[in-house]
Design a protein around this ligand. Structure first.
Ligand SMILES: Cc1cc2nc3c(=O)[nH]c(=O)nc-3n(C[C@H](O)[C@H](O)[C@H](O)COP(=O)(O)OP(=O)(O)OC[C@H]3O[C@@H](n4cnc5c(N)ncnc54)[C@H](O)[C@@H]3O)c2cc1C
Length: 377
């Protein structure tokens, strides 16, 4: 077992770290305040080769593994999980294509992503989030096409995307086996992006409703076989959850860095607050849990890269890192005292940004359901 990064991985981390410090950190407060999409940062990150790392080189991607993507995701998230999320979200439709796409679909759609377009991933509905098999968007086959009707909600990057991976029921009586995935162009008649949702945190990353009314989708846009949508979604989770965990790891490290610097400077009762045991122990716990979250995350990504089933590791990493991030952000605010509650210091934003990590890509409760299901197998 080797815990060292290779020299190439260290170089990639440095590249991402420099980009984060120079470009993301100064831009983050305004993007958060104004809920502004980071278009310029996307172009700059694309140029540097920091995006689409796991897409094969033949489709314009980095041709690297989930391990490298986790390293870069942690760095970008250290700067801002909202901006990191907006830039990284293409990985989710890309994962669906890599899991189930035909060569032709991969060439076209992965090529479009690496050329700078955005794609989104539309599973959640007003009536079904955790209950993926319970979604009700309908896809009815008519000769060489499908007709889709339904409403999706919380679709990240829908406002800037040129296509969506949409999950719909092709056989409502077949439970989770009745679900299929489709590649839907955002300019198909009947597709409309509804209202952008006002969010507590990660405000640089937009989420919106996606409405589908009698949308005609060519049968060639079916992603995977009919009825395989649930399987596709579960395989995508195994790839995407370690990246959400990596994002949480970046946020935990930022909490630690900010809180540590403040605790060294701020003095009460004649000494820096780091010398009060109650504060020192919070920092010690933060450092310890950062390390644990990072190792779980890298293991889940490593298993993925080595072709091993990583469902359990991905659930461990996602739940532990997300829960730790919300805890660490709360403790960071506490260490800052009153100033932690002020928008002039970064920790209040970390506190707002952290919460959603326990919700999207499967809630912390759902991760525990997966873990206990795997234990019982
Ligand atoms: C900012 C943001 C971005 C998002 N981006 C996307 C996106 O790009 N694409 C997309 O498809 N979706 C996206 N989502 C949706 C997200 O994945 C869902 O919100 C999430 O899966 C939870 O579903 P829900 O909101 O319907 O909550 P529900 O499923 O209604 O859950 C409500 C509560 O009940 C708990 N619960 C539910 N079922 C169980 C159970 N069986 N056992 C124990 N507890 C349970 C949950 O953990 C939660 O605490 C996004 C959400 C947010 C907030």
């Amino acid at each position: 077992m080797d815990f060292d990064l290779s020299s190439e991985q260290r170089m990639l981390r440095e590249l991402a770290r420099n980009f984060t410090v120079k470009e993301i950190v100064p831009a983050a407060p305004a993007h958060d305040r104004e809920q502004k999409f980071p278009h310029e940062l996307q172009r700059a990150a694309l140029k540097l080769g920091l995006l689409h790392l796991t897409i094969p080189a033949e489709f314009g991607g980095g041709g690297l593994g989930g391990f490298e993507q986790a390293i870069v995701t942690e760095e970008l998230a250290w700067g801002c999980t909202g901006i990191g999320g907006a830039l990284g979200l293409n990985a989710v439709p890309a994962d669906a294509l890599m899991v189930a796409g035909t060569d032709k679909q991969k060439k076209e759609y992965l090529g479009r992503l690496t050329d700078g377009q955005f794609g989104c991933y539309a599973a959640t509905e007003p009536g079904a989030g955790s209950d993926v098999a319970g979604l009700t968007t309908r896809a009815v086959r008519q000769k060489d096409k499908y007709v889709l009707n339904g409403t999706k909600i919380w679709i990240s990057n829908a406002t800037v995307s040129s296509f969506a991976v949409v999950f719909a029921k092709t056989d409502p009586a077949a439970g989770h086996r009745g679900l299929s995935a489709f590649l839907v162009e955002m300019n198909y008649p009947g597709v409309s992006v509804g209202k952008k949702l006002e969010k507590l945190g990660q405000r640089a990353s937009p989420a919106a409703e996606l409405n589908l009314i009698d949308v005609e989708v060519p049968a060639t846009n079916l992603l995977g076989a009919e009825g395989e949508g649930f399987l596709v979604a579960m395989k995508v989770f195994d790839r995407s959850r370690p990246m959400i965990a990596a994002s949480a790891v970046g946020l935990i490290r930022r909490c630690l860095d900010e809180a540590l610097a403040y605790a060294r400077e701020r003095r009460t009762m004649g000494r820096p607050i780091i010398e009060h045991q109650a504060i020192g122990h919070k920092l010690a716990d933060m450092a310890m849990r950062y390390e644990a979250a990072r190792l779980l995350t890298l293991k889940a990504a490593w298993q993925l890269d080595h072709g091993q089933r990583n469902t359990m590791a991905a659930a461990y990493a996602k739940a532990f890192a997300a829960d730790t991030a919300t805890w660490a952000a709360s403790e960071a605010v506490q260490i800052f005292g009153g100033m932690g509650y002020s928008t002039e210091f970064p920790v209040e934003k970390l506190y707002r940004d952290a919460k959603v990590l326990q919700i999207y890509e499967g809630t912390s409760e759902i991760q525990r359901n997966i873990i206990v299901r795997e234990l019982a197998r």
